[in-house]
Design a protein around this ligand. Sequence first.
Ligand code: PMV
Length: 355
Amino acid sequence: MFIDQFIPKSYSQRIERGKVQHRAPSNIALVKYWGKKEEQIPENPSISFTLSESYTDTTVEFAPRTDFTTSFQIDFFFDEEPKGNFLPKIETFFTRIRNYMPFLRDYYFIVRTRNSFPHSSGIASSASGMAALAVCLMKIEKLFCPEMSEVYFYEKTSFLARLGSGSACRSVTGSVVIWGEHRDVPDSSDLYGVPMGEIHEVFDQYQDTILLIDKGQKPVSSSAGHKLMYDHPYAQARFVQARRNISLLKDILKSGDLSAFGQLVESEALSLHAMMLTSNPYYILMRPNTLAAIEQLWYYRMSTQVPVCFTLDAGANIHVLYPKAYKDEVRTYLEEHIKEYCQDGDLIYDQVYSE
Ligand code: PMV
C-alpha cells in the first residue's frame, strides 16, 4: 500500500550537503494504542499528552554518497559514541520510507542523537527518537522542495514517524494529539497524528511525574505485545472500549472534568495491562512496587481530594498526572511518601508541552 499524496513528484532544488537538527518530545498516551494492522495502521485511535522535559535531540548531516555497497550509507552516534547496534533499526526505518523519500538512496547520512532522560530509565525512546529523525529528514526534503506547505510538512512528518514507531506520530506537533480515525474528530487519520482542538485550560502544563519503579529493560517488547493482540480473546471488545473512550475523553478535555478524566485515564492504563495479563502467552510488566505506589496514590487522593491520577505505559513505571495548581503539594507528597517505591528513589518531573 503506497499513499500517493506523500510520494514527491520531483524536487525543485538540488543541494550537495548540509546539516539539520530537531528536538522531539516524548508523549504519554491517555487512550492507548495496543494492536495494529499491516503497515502500522492502528486497530483503534489513541490520544496522548506531549511532554516537555523528556525529549530526543537529533542532528543529521548529509553529503554525497561514497559507498554504494549497501542499500543506504548511514553512520549513527548515540551520546557521541558510534552505536552500530542501533543501525539496523534505522535501516529498517529507511527501507520502510524510501518510496516516500527517494533522496535517501543518494546521500551519506551521519545521525547523532541523545535523550534528555537516562538510557536505562525504562522510558521508551522510540517515540521521541523516531519523531526527531523523521522531522530531520523532512527538513532535508524541505531544502529540496522549499515551496512545501506547513500542513504537508507536519502531516508527512507524522506519517513517516508512524512507520518508525506507531506512537512516534503523536510526537511531531501539538500538546494533545490524536492518531487514528474517529468519527467524533473530523480531521483524525490512521496515517498520522493531529492536534486535538479545544482543550480546557486546566490541562495547560498539566503535570506528569514519572515514577521510575523499574529502570531495567522490559521483558516483552511493545512490538511483541501488539502482535499478541492478533488472536487475543478480548481484542475486539478492547478496540470498541478504546473508541468509546476517545469520544468520552474528547468531551472531558473540553469540559475540564478532572474526576471523569482520572477515571477514564486509569481505566485505560489498567485495560492495557489487562490485555497483557490475558494474552497467550500471558505476561506481567507491572512490578510489586507499581501496585504499592498506585494504592498509596489512591489513598492520597481519597484523603485529600487532590485530583491526582495515574497512567502506565507498557512497563512498570507510573505517570502521575495532576493540574499545575497542585504542583507543590503533590510534589511534596510524592517526595515524602512515594519516592521510596522508585528504583534508587528516582523520578522525573515533567509536564505537558505548551507551544
Ligand atoms: O509505538 P509503539 O509501537 O512502541 O507502541 C506504543 C504502545 C503504548 O505505548 C503502550 C501505548 C501508546 O499508545 O503509546
